[in-house]
Each structure stands twice: as C-alpha cells, then as structure tokens.
Design a protein around this ligand. Structure first.
Ligand code: ATP
Ligand code: MG
Length: 137
C-alpha cells in the first residue's frame, strides 16, 4: 500500500470545498489515513517548497500558501501517489482535464486548489513534515 501527501490549498479551503475534494479521494479508492487543518507560517511554507526556492514564482507561492489555512492529508491506497496526481489534474487549471480537481475547483496556476507529492521519495519526506507516526492510522 502506498501513501502520499495531499494539501488542500488556501483557495479551496476559503471556497468551502474541503469535503467535496476529500470525497474525490475516497470515491476513487484512496483512504484518508490522516488529516488536519493547519495555518502555515512563512518558515513552514519556505521549508516545504524549498525545492522551488530558485524559481521566479517562489515568493508568490509562499505568500499564497500562508494566505489562509490548508488541509493536509495522508492518502493511502494502491498507486496512491500517481492516482492522486491523476485526480488533481495539470498544474495550470486551464490545462487540467475535465473532471479533475483543478479543472473543477481551481482558478489559476497560483491558486490551484491542491498539492500532491510527485514521487514516493518526496511523499515520505512530506508526510514526515506534517505528521507524527501516531497521527497516521
Ligand atoms: P504542487 O507541487 O503544488 O502539487 P505541481 O507539482 O503540479 O503542484 P510544481 O511544478 O511542483 O507543480 O509547482 C509547485 C506550485 O508552484 C504549483 O502548484 C503552483 O501553485 C506554483 N507554480 C508552478 N509553476 C508556476 C508558474 N509558472 N507561475 C506561478 N506559479 C507556479
Ligand atoms: Mg510539485
């Protein structure tokens, strides 16, 4: 069984569609092994997205991720990492396939509703960033 990290970003939390997004996961064979709502600090967001530190949009990305609370979850299931990425759709919601979370709930490439780990190695790192062992069950 694989585990991956999902973040419902501030835009989707503000739109009150947390339940609708979590339902996409549960309805598509993923189990919620952990979940919580968190207000990230600037230091949290900079550390989480450190891989993007050199990208031109890094400052905007950090500001956006701390603009309101997020809902972080550990999703578990067969091929959980790739399945979550499929359910999310393309980074730019304008390019996201119909029926994906970003096509249905996101506005722009910055406010794109969800994050999902992009490899199993990163999934393990990102899960540890947010959750202790006893919170995952
Ligand atoms: P995420 O990591 O959030 O799941 P992703 O893996 O689809 O998204 P990445 O390439 O890892 O996309 O980019 C991380 C985030 O940075 C994107 O979700 C998006 O919010 C933002 N981003 C990516 N490219 C751009 C861009 N060209 N302009 C502005 N923001 C961008
Ligand atoms: Mg990414």
């Amino acid at each position: 069984m694989e585990q991956t990290l999902s973040i419902i970003k501030p835009d989707a939390v503000a739109k009150n569609v947390v339940g609708k997004i979590l339902d996409r996961f549960e309805s598509n064979g993923l189990r919620i092994a952990a979940t919580k709502k968190v207000q990230l600090s600037k230091a949290d967001a900079e550390a989480f997205y450190a891989v993007h530190a050199e990208r031109p949009f890094f400052g905007e990305l950090v500001d956006f991720m701390i603009s309101g609370p997020v809902v972080v979850s550990v999703l578990e299931g067969e091929d959980a990492m790739a399945k979550n990425r499929d359910l999310m759709g393309a980074t730019n919601p304008k390019e996201a396939a119909a029926g994906t979370i970003r096509a249905d709930f996101a506005e722009s490439i910055d406010a794109n509703a969800v994050h999902g780990s992009d490899s199993l190695e990163n999934a393990a790192i990102e899960i540890k960033f947010f959750f202790s062992d006893r919170e995952i069950c």
